[in-house]
Design a protein around this ligand. Structure first.
Ligand SMILES: Cc1cc2nc3c(=O)[nH]c(=O)nc-3n(C[C@H](O)[C@H](O)[C@H](O)COP(=O)(O)OP(=O)(O)OC[C@H]3O[C@@H](n4cnc5c(N)ncnc54)[C@H](O)[C@@H]3O)c2cc1C
Length: 263
């Protein structure tokens, strides 16, 4: 079974993210990591490969130099091959343009299943996977928390969490599945894995290699335009109350009554 896994490099949860002056964009501190949901997708692909004992796990990302770090993290975990879609034409694209380029690349590769994260921690639209499935004309199941590959039927039986219960779905290969928290515990890369990742060649595909035109990708191929970003509202000043417990409680009650007007 050949599995293609989509991976994206996202700002670390502790990275400082600031809205630029007029809200035209955001400035992100240079601390990036592999998107958490994508690490679940990589782990699941590796487990399926280990169970079936055959096939290849390939990781694919669209991005610049930062994406290489995500690809190397996945190789360190155990993925065999890594492909980077890199071309100035791919830049400034929305989710539609991103999925279009990923689909064009996927069409030129051999896979039976595509795994991705349920969403990327930074933009969190959660639509790159569904768009990709649509472009490829294959079944899609999102937010998967359990995955069983039925070899004899060349199908998967997956579980999704829904309000108050679980949904069990069967789908034939080829299929695209998005990973939700709970699917597995991503492994920590071994030292050997990290060394292998540093030496593995990252295959690069540009616009010509995926056979798309400039008008189909990046900003030109996008359906949406980000107008502006807004800063979260300023937090009101904090009042520290110190002293004996009874006195602190008295002051808290007074503040809730007179200032917050909750009581
Ligand atoms: C008008 C517009 C302009 C934009 N310009 C830029 C820009 O200049 N630079 C920029 O970084 N972002 C830009 N973005 C955001 C960019 O489109 C999204 O980051 C990207 O499309 C993925 O969307 P998401 O993060 O919401 O992914 P989601 O849909 O939340 O991701 C779901 C899953 O899809 C996979 N996936 C998502 N993105 C990729 C990827 N790039 N490669 C491989 N797998 C992926 C991952 O497995 C991920 O877990 C722009 C968005 C808009 C609307």
């Amino acid at each position: 079974m050949n599995i293609l896994v989509l991976v994206k490099q996202v700002p670390d949860s502790e990275a400082l993210v600031q809205v630029k002056g007029e809200g035209s964009g955001v400035e992100v501190e240079d601390r990036y990591t592999l998107n958490f949901f994508d690490s679940l997708a990589v782990e699941e692909a590796l487990q399926i490969k280990e169970q079936t004992g055959a096939g290849t796990v390939t990781v694919l990302s669209l991005g610049g130099q930062k994406a290489i770090e995500a690809l190397r993290t996945a190789i360190a975990m155990g993925a065999a091959e890594a492909v980077l879609l890199e071309d100035p034409a791919f830049e400034n694209g929305d989710e539609y343009a991103t999925a279009k380029a990923l689909a064009a690349a996927a069409k030129g590769m051999e896979w039976d299943m595509i795994l991705c994260g349920k969403e990327a921690f930074d933009d969190s639209s959660g639509i790159v996977g569904p768009l990709l499935a649509e472009f490829l004309g294959i079944p899609l199941v999102t937010t998967v928390v359990k995955l069983d590959f039925i070899s004899e039927e060349q199908a998967v039986v997956v579980e999704r969490e829904i309000e108050g219960g679980k949904e069990v779905i069967k789908a034939p290969l080829p299929v695209l599945l998005s990973a939700q928290k709970g699917l597995n515990e991503p492994r920590v890369a071994s030292v050997m894995g990290v060394m292998k990742a540093m030496q593995t060649e990252i295959k690069k595909l540009d616009l010509a290699a995926v056979g798309l035109s400039q008008s189909e990708v990046g900003k030109a191929g996008s359906k949406e335009e980000i107008l502006r970003y807004h800063r979260p509202p300023e937090r009101p000043p904090v009042t520290m109350i110190q002293g004996e417990a009874t006195e602190v409680v008295r002051q808290v009650v007074a503040l809730l009554k007179d200032e917050a007007k909750i009581l």
